[in-house]
Design a protein around this ligand. Structure first.
Ligand code: KDO
Length: 331
């Protein structure tokens, strides 16, 4: 865990980053690191929409599958000037700023449009400002990852997941930060921390019983080859932010900054629409692959998950009134 990564260390790293912005030839070189694959819709959107829109003054150099920086270490890399961009998560940000766990809480965001409304609402300003001031990272746009569901090796005959009680003792891989682990427990499972790039093999060998991710990720990462069922828990309408180095940003002209922001927003919108389409269409594909896909008792899951967060240490870090404001922006 990086909770001991103190604010003072962050400030020091930010100063280093300010002193050494990364430029390639006379264009800014923007290295992006992500655990996602090249074919993931967020990667595709950045390569096809973001990169050409900034090509006049920037080169875009993406690194996929965690090949440059390991999952959950990208923000530190940006802070220390070793990376210019990432597709970060609220869970990762919560390692530094616990209040970000509010955006990583089960059954809070209602859908993709709600995520955008929350991201653009004034309620986000203090969150964004803190990340910028203390980590040297600008959050440019919100990307839609999708509705996360429980995806298991067991067949439905072996284990039908209707309520959180059915997940008791199930080793559910969750990414390795506190906010993720909390969510896994809140679902009723036994969460096992693991990097995304290790999940396929862990499912194949049975070292975990399952994992949670949106349907497009289950397909992109081919998890359907090594699992048998998906219980449509929709426990997290998951998001990522386009994270950008503040020191690089500060070296750009006002026009270039505007172009970078607009390009990130356009890429996010393009990726969001494609991801939504995929969530719809992939149910049929996954069924054709032999996956059993069904709806559990959503009220039971929602009630259990919300009950776990209420009064928790995570909830104690949420600024007063923010949850109500998020809810008010929903349906
Ligand atoms: C994952 O590790 O399950 C996760 O879906 C978490 C997300 O925040 C994000 O890091 C994502 O992986 C990667 O981009 C790979 O899709």
């Amino acid at each position: 865990m990086k909770m001991n990564f103190t604010r003072r260390t962050l400030m020091a790293l930010t100063v280093v980053a300010i002193a050494a912005p990364v430029y390639a030839a006379d264009k800014v070189n923007l290295r992006l690191s992500t655990p996602a694959s090249e074919t993931d819709q967020r990667s595709v959107a950045l390569a096809e929409v973001f990169a050409p829109a900034v090509a006049e003054f920037a080169t875009y150099e993406p690194h996929y599958n965690g090949s440059l920086i390991a999952q959950n270490s990208e923000l530190e890399a940006i802070a220390s000037g070793d990376l210019e961009m990432s597709i970060t998560s609220a869970q990762e940000l919560a390692q530094f700023f616990p209040e970000f766990s509010i955006f990583a809480t089960g059954y809070v965001h209602q859908n993709a449009a709600h995520q955008v409304d929350v991201f653009n609402d004034p309620l986000m300003e203090p969150f964004k400002q803190k990340v910028e001031d203390e980590l040297g990272v600008k959050l440019l746009a919100v990307m839609y990852l999708g509705q996360r569901h429980v995806n298991l090796r067991q067949t439905k005959d072996e284990l039908a997941v209707m309520t959180p009680e059915d997940l008791a003792g199930i080793n559910l891989r969750m990414p390795g930060t506190d906010a993720w682990q909390f969510l896994g427990k809140a679902l009723g499972a036994n969460p096992t921390p693991m990097a995304f790039t290790e999940v396929y093999t862990a499912l194949q060998t049975g070292s975990v019983d399952g994992q949670d991710n949106p349907l497009p990720t289950v397909v992109d990462a081919k998890f359907y080859e090594v699992t048998n069922q998906i219980a449509l828990t929709s426990h997290l309408v998951d998001l990522n932010y386009v994270a950008f180095s503040k020191s690089v940003w500060d070296g750009l002209s006002a026009d270039q900054q505007a172009a970078v922001k607009a390009a990130a927003e356009a890429a996010a919108e393009s990726g969001r629409q494609k991801q939504l389409e995929k969530e719809e269409s992939l149910v049929a594909f996954l069924k054709e692959q032999g996956m059993e896909i069904y709806k559990p008792d959503l009220n039971a899951f929602r009630k259990h998950v919300q009950g776990q967060y209420a009064g928790s240490e995570l909830a104690a870090s949420w600024p007063e009134g923010v949850l109500d404001r998020i809810n008010a922006l929903g349906n």
